[in-house]
Each structure stands twice: as structure tokens, then as C-alpha cells.
Design a protein around this ligand. Structure first.
Ligand code: UT7
Length: 338
């Protein structure tokens, strides 16, 4: 980003977790798994899960409200919502979220890049501001991810969970605390089958073949995804640092998508970023897909892990395959809530 350009500047953050908590012991009560396996393989101890009837849009509204409040109850011109679990297949969930937040008539759309969704949405919102389309944008990552899991699938149920996080961006200058400096985004459709819901889309419907019993559920080839995740996130972080003109010693905090604590540790090790600079909340919230990065940013800021002036790298990886990283500085924020 050149210094005379308009920059997108973070001016608010918020997050929301559904109140119901599910422990590993709860899962081991009905799945062939154990607390020991889940903790040692993923770093997850417990997670939040929506109650019957609660949707992604409900979580997005709560996180969005917190973020708008922390930005001084500001108005925005657009709402960009990253999610894998929209309230309905059609239309997008963002317009209804905007209306429920009292943001009548604003631009509102969803971004679909699975666990990378929030970084893509942040880039999209930054582009709206840079192009002069919007002065202020609410960017939300929200998932009622447990609604697409097969409740009997021990390879996904212990990992994925529900939650929402949000940032407010405003037009500003690149030297301000909170300025978003650079992005790296990428994809690899050759491996689109590693993470998928096989049925329910136009491919299955147009073939006219009825969906198999488990085909409407989310599936993941975990071991293959793991390998790609480490390589892709580490490479993406290197590229975004180059674009931001930062060296490793300039980086105060790495905020990785909370896929698995072993993945985060491996990415930080490849980059030579010490563990104490790497934020994590996976033990308490699990993998919340598109909500993971903004949830960690909001919690990190509230708890003082992220401080004004910190140089922060975000990185995420997910289905598609997709990956993305962003470099930004952290602003002074007043955040309430979870
Ligand atoms: O969010 C973005 C995308 N997602 C990710 O980045 C996730 C990437 N993948 C992972 O995090 C890991 O691959 C998992 C956590 C999903 C799995 O960990 P793993 O170390 O790769 O385990 P694995 O799939 O290789 O399975 C090891 C063993 C298998 O048994 P065998 O074949 O060795 O006898 C599995 O059947 O663990 C078994 N297993 C389980 N055992 C107890 C699989 N799930 C469970 C379970 N409890 N829940």
C-alpha cells in the first residue's frame, strides 16, 4: 500500500459465543473418542455450540452489535459476512443481519471461503474503502458450524464449533494505528474435494442422483488438509510480510486461524516466530472456521494480548482450498462482551 493512499483502518471489534459449552468428556459420552485424543491431537478442551433454533445470522448480529458499539455506535455503508453456514442457501445472510442491526439500505453480501472467509472478507471490505465505494464497513465472520456436522462423525465433531467475531473498518491513512497494510490471498481448486459437503449444490442436483445418507454433511480429509495448511499458511505469511515491508523481528503478534494447535505451532516454528507472540484460544472455542480469526482478534484485544501499535499478521487456511494473510497494526479499542 503506498503512503498517499486511503487505508482501511480498524476502529471497532466484537465477538459472540453461544452460551452452551460442550466439553471433550461430553463428546466422549456418545462418540468413540476421548479427552486425551482430542487434547493431544488438536489442543481443544471445550467449545461453544448453538442451541436448537439459533443460526449463523443470530451470532453475526450479536458480534456485529458489539463491534459497532466499540466503534462508537457508528453507522456503516456496507456489511460483509464471511460464513460457511448461511442461514439459507439463498439469499445471502448479510442483508438480514444488516437490517437487524438497524443498517437499513446498506450494501450487504456474504463471502464464502470456508475457514479463510474472514481474511477474504477483510480484503473485500478494504477494497470497498480504497475504491471509495464505502467509508465504513462492518466485516463479520460467523458460523453455526455444528449445524453441518454429522453428529456421529468423530473426525469432525470434536474439532468444529460455533461463534462469531467482527471488525469495523473506516477510511483513514496508512500510518494510523489500525491500518491494514497488505494482503496475500490464494486458492487451489485441484484439491477442492479435501473439504466439502458433497450434496445440496448444483452438481449433485443437476446429476439427478439422490444424495447418499451422509452426503449432506461436512467432510474433511484431515491428514491431507493438515499438510497443506502448514505449508500454505507459512508461505502466505512470508509473502504478506514482503508486501508490508516487514521483517520477522517487526512482527509483534501472529494471529493464525484456530484449526488445530499443532498446525499453529508448526506454522510459527517454520516462520521462526516464538510461541509467546502467537495468539491462541482454540482450547476454549475449538475451530470456528470463518469466525476464528475475528473472534481471536476481539478476545485478544479485550484481554490485552493485542495492544495498540502492535504489528499483527493474520493468516488462515481452509476449504477450496483457500488461504490468505493480512498485515495490520492494532489500534486502541474499547471492547465489551465475551
Ligand atoms: O479449519 C481449516 C481446515 N481444517 C484443518 O486445518 C484441520 C486439519 N487437520 C487436522 O487438524 C488433523 O488432521 C485432525 C485433528 C483432523 C486429525 O488429527 P491427525 O493427527 O491427522 O489424525 P488422523 O486423522 O491421522 O487419525 C489418527 C488416528 C486414526 O486411527 P488409525 O487409523 O491410526 O488407527 C483415526 O481413526 O486417530 C483416529 N481418530 C480418532 N481417535 C479418537 C480420528 N478421530 C478420532 C477421534 N478420537 N475423534
Amino acid at each position: 500500500m503506498r503512503d498517499n493512499e486511503t487505508a482501511a483502518v480498524v476502529c471497532g471489534a466484537g465477538s459472540w459465543l453461544p452460551p452452551r459449552r460442550v466439553t471433550n468428556a461430553d463428546l466422549a459420552g456418545y462418540l468413540d473418542t476421548s479427552d486425551e485424543w482430542i487434547v493431544s491431537r488438536t489442543g481443544i478442551h471445550r467449545r461453544h455450540v448453538v442451541d436448537a433454533g439459533t443460526s449463523t445470522g443470530d451470532l453475526a448480529v450479536e458480534a456485529g452489535r458489539e463491534a459497532l458499539k466499540s466503534a462508537g455506535d457508528t453507522q456503516v455503508d456496507a456489511v460483509v459476512l464471511a460464513t460457511t453456514t448461511p442461514d439459507r442457501l439463498c439469499p445471502a445472510t448479510a442483508p438480514e443481519v444488516a437490517t437487524r442491526l438497524g443498517l437499513t439500505g446498506v450494501a450487504a453480501y456474504d463471502v464464502s471461503a470456508v475457514c479463510t472467509g474472514f481474511v477474504y472478507a477483510l480484503a473485500s471490505a478494504t477494497g470497498l474503502i480504497a475504491a471509495g465505494v464505502a467509508e465504513r464497513v462492518l466485516v463479520i465472520g460467523a458460523e453455526a458450524f455444528t449445524t453441518i456436522l454429522n453428529p456421529r462423525d468423530r473426525t469432525t465433531v470434536p474439532i468444529f464449533a460455533d461463534g462469531a467475531g467482527a471488525l469495523v473498518l473506516r477510511a483513514g491513512t496508512p500510518d494510523e494505528p489500525g491500518a491494514v497494510r497488505a494482503f496475500d490471498l490464494g486458492s487451489d481448486g485441484e484439491n477442492s474435494d479435501l473439504i466439502q459437503i458433497p450434496a445440496g449444490g448444483s452438481r449433485q442436483r443437476s446429476a439427478g442422483t439422490p444424495a447418499g445418507p451422509g452426503d449432506g454433511y461436512f467432510t474433511m480429509r484431515g491428514r491431507d488438509v493438515y499438510r497443506h495448511a502448514v505449508e500454505r499458511m507459512a508461505a502466505s505469511v512470508r509473502r504478506v510480510m514482503d508486501r508490508a515491508g516487514w521483517r520477522l523481528s517487526d512482527v509483534d503478534r501472529l494471529v493464525p486461524h484456530q484449526a488445530n494447535s499443532r498446525i499453529s505451532t508448526a506454522v510459527a516454528a517454520r516462520l521462526d516466530i516464538p510461541d509467546e507472540r502467537c495468539l491462541s484460544n482454540i482450547a476454549e472455542v475449538g475451530n470456528t472456521a470463518a469466525a476464528s480469526v475475528p473472534l481471536l482478534l476481539a478476545q485478544g484485544s479485550r484481554q490485552g494480548w493485542l495492544r495498540p501499535g502492535h504489528r499483527v499478521l493474520l493468516t488462515a487456511f481452509g476449504g477450496g482450498l483457500t488461504w490468505g494473510s493480512a498485515a495490520l497494526t492494532w489500534p486502541e479499542l474499547d471492547i465489551q462482551g465475551d
